[in-house]
Design a protein. Structure first.
Length: 255
């Protein structure tokens, strides 16, 4: 009887020690992830990479996505190790995608279509986009629409392309708003409609895209004679570093 009690006590002690050990391990991991993410937020990408490396086997999908961003950014400024960084970025995106991270899926699909840093694989890209679109990822919707409109990786379908681009725009995805404005202005991919072009370009500008501000300003100046509002848009874009806006402002002020 005593042996049974002692055995039960020992088991309880073992379970408690294991529990608190696991809790301490999780706390350390969370602290390391927060440290790596802090370096990411500060754009200290090399330091963030070293931090992520230390806990790589335990990373969650969202951590792998941030790790991939750091690798991509560091590759731009470190030509010596760029191939190594790109290979690891691809691996991290694949691991994150397998665990349902839709941003990783969209990015990976784009890489597969471009075939620049990974073998071109349109079949895999389509599957990734399909999965990400099913989870309502706006960038996936935007990419799907763009590829459908171009007929780049599948048969061209302007109707489906417009539908997907609208869905991305409804989620206020800036690039989708800009592209819908472009389509309506050019009459390619959608019916030519300057009012809709103006609406979508205005929305793209409000979402922070300087190209949207510039295009909206162009319409205001050339079709509506709203000089004051047009210059306001150009000034905003110019202050954000948009070179064409600065050029147009220079042209206006020298007339």
């Amino acid at each position: 009887m005593m042996k049974r009690k002692m055995g039960a006590i020992m088991m309880l002690v073992f379970l408690l020690v294991s529990f608190f050990s696991l809790q301490a391990q999780n706390t350390r991991f969370d602290q390391q992830v927060q440290t790596a993410k802090s370096y990411y937020d500060q754009k200290r990408y090399y330091t963030a990479i070293q931090s992520y490396k230390e806990i790589e086997t335990m990373l969650r999908p969202q951590d792998r996505y941030y790790y991939a961003v750091c690798l991509a950014e560091e590759a731009k400024s470190n030509a010596t190790y760029s191939n190594v960084y790109f290979a690891e970025k691809l691996r991290q995106l694949q691991l994150a995608s397998k665990n349902g991270h839709t941003k990783a899926m969209s990015w990976l699909a784009e890489l597969f279509v471009e075939g620049k840093y990974s073998p071109q694989n349109n079949t895999e890209a389509l599957q990734l986009l399909s999965n990400a679109c099913a989870s309502n990822n706006p960038k996936a919707m935007y990419l799907n629409a763009s590829y459908l409109n171009e007929g780049r990786i599948t048969k061209r379908d302007s109707v489906q392309a417009y539908s997907w681009m609208q869905r991305a725009a409804e989620k206020n995805f800036p690039e989708a708003l800009l592209e819908l404005g472009n389509w309506h202005y050019q009459g390619k991919g959608a019916a030519k409609d300057l009012k809709k072009a103006e609406y979508y370009w205005k929305m793209a500008g409000e979402a922070g895209l300087t190209d949207g501000m510039y295009n909206y300003a162009y319409l205001l100046l050339t079709t509506k004679n709203e000089v004051g509002n047009g210059i306001k848009q150009l000034n905003h874009a110019s202050n954000l570093g948009h070179v064409p806006s600065r050029y147009m402002l220079g042209t206006i002020y020298t007339q």
